[in-house]
Ligand binder design. Structure first.
Ligand SMILES: NC(=O)C1=CN([C@@H]2O[C@H](COP(=O)(O)OP(=O)(O)OC[C@H]3O[C@@H](n4cnc5c(N)ncnc54)[C@H](O)[C@@H]3O)[C@@H](O)[C@H]2O)C=CC1
Ligand SMILES: O=C(O)[C@@H]1CCC=N1
Length: 274
């Protein structure tokens, strides 16, 4: 029988994960999601056919896995609310919250718990997520396997040995879909400025990104070589890449990733005080 998975919080990230799980065949009857208001849950019930609950404690009564998917700022009050039921049942805890250390969550929930920290991203909704996972020492091999199965149902799942590496995962996967969406916006604007209809520009930019990602995944060649394959000497791409290099795009990504990781550490300091 499938493990009972309860999502505490049913926002963007939770719905991306359970939506992707259902899409890949996970039984919807084994999934529960919570939110303080039923007006938010009703559309999820009709769209996904999952169980929903406005009472977090009741929602985890039979859970094998509790996925904490609320904003980091409300996590402590949610953990305080769940603490007693969690201690009675000791389910596997999976947190997707940015910044919050596994040890802090375990402490807020009363200690002695198997906690997995996961940094996923929203393309999980379409089965193309990319997640990093870290397990605390109490997580068993079977629980690790279960978390791998759940996250692989919605995309790539990579384990890290050092929890601090999740900051890097946040910088290049958790937050990174937004970087690509920004590039889509910019390419669409560029296409429009050069005379294309907006919808044509949007479709061309999206398909090109999709094609580039697919090609990079399937090729043995490095990204640098794939880039050079597009750049005919003296041609159009060479000129465009020169502009991007001179504009400091490479450094901008390094700086953005540093800022992202730094913010994750700040959040841990702000929220993780015990
Ligand atoms: N959005 C993203 O791309 C990613 C988000 N995350 C993490 O996922 C977590 C959730 O983020 P989002 O889904 O973006 O936020 P969101 O605001 O879309 O979802 C949060 C949900 O929690 C619910 N909620 C609030 N208080 C609650 C309570 N006391 N009990 C139960 N539910 C409650 C809200 O109704 C809302 O549906 C955050 O901790 C964030 O760091 C991690 C990776 C990527
Ligand atoms: O922006 C955030 O804080 C969350 C974590 C990674 C993506 N979204």
């Amino acid at each position: 029988m499938a493990s009972q998975v309860t999502f505490i919080g049913a926002g963007n990230m939770a719905s991306a994960i359970f939506g992707g799980m259902i899409e890949s065949g996970y039984p919807r009857e084994a999934i529960t999601a919570t939110s303080p208001g039923d007006e938010h849950l009703a559309p999820l019930r009709s769209r996904y056919g999952i169980h929903t609950q406005t009472d977090n404690r009741a929602a985890i009564a039979n859970a094998d896995v509790v996925v904490l998917a609320v904003k980091p700022q409300v996590m402590q009050s949610v953990c305080t609310e769940l603490h007693e039921v969690i201690q009675a049942r000791k389910p596997l805890i999976v947190s997707v919250a940015a910044g919050l250390p596994a040890e802090t969550l375990e402490h807020w929930l009363g200690g002695s718990l198997a906690v997995i920290r996961c940094m996923p991203n929203t393309p999980s909704l379409v089965g193309a997520g990319a997640a990093g996972l870290y397990a605390n020492p109490r997580v068993s091999a079977a629980q690790r396997e279960l978390a791998t199965t759940l996250m692989q149902a919605v995309g790539l799942a990579e384990w890290v040995d050092d929890e601090a590496q999740l900051e890097a995962v946040t910088a290049i996967a958790g937050s990174a879909p937004a970087y690509f969406f920004l590039i889509f916006e910019a390419l669409e604007a560029a296409g429009i400025r050069l005379g294309l209809p907006a919808d044509t520009a949007r479709r061309l930019a999206q398909q090109t990104a999709y094609g580039a990602a697919l090609m990079a995944q399937q090729s043995d060649q490095s990204p640098d070589q794939l880039k050079r394959n597009v750049m005919s000497p003296g041609g159009t791409t060479e000129r465009a890449i020169q502009v991007l290099e001179e504009a400091g795009l490479r450094q901008a990504f390094l700086d953005a990733a540093d800022a992202c990781a730094e913010r994750a550490r700040e959040m841990a300091d702000e929220l993780g005080k015990r």
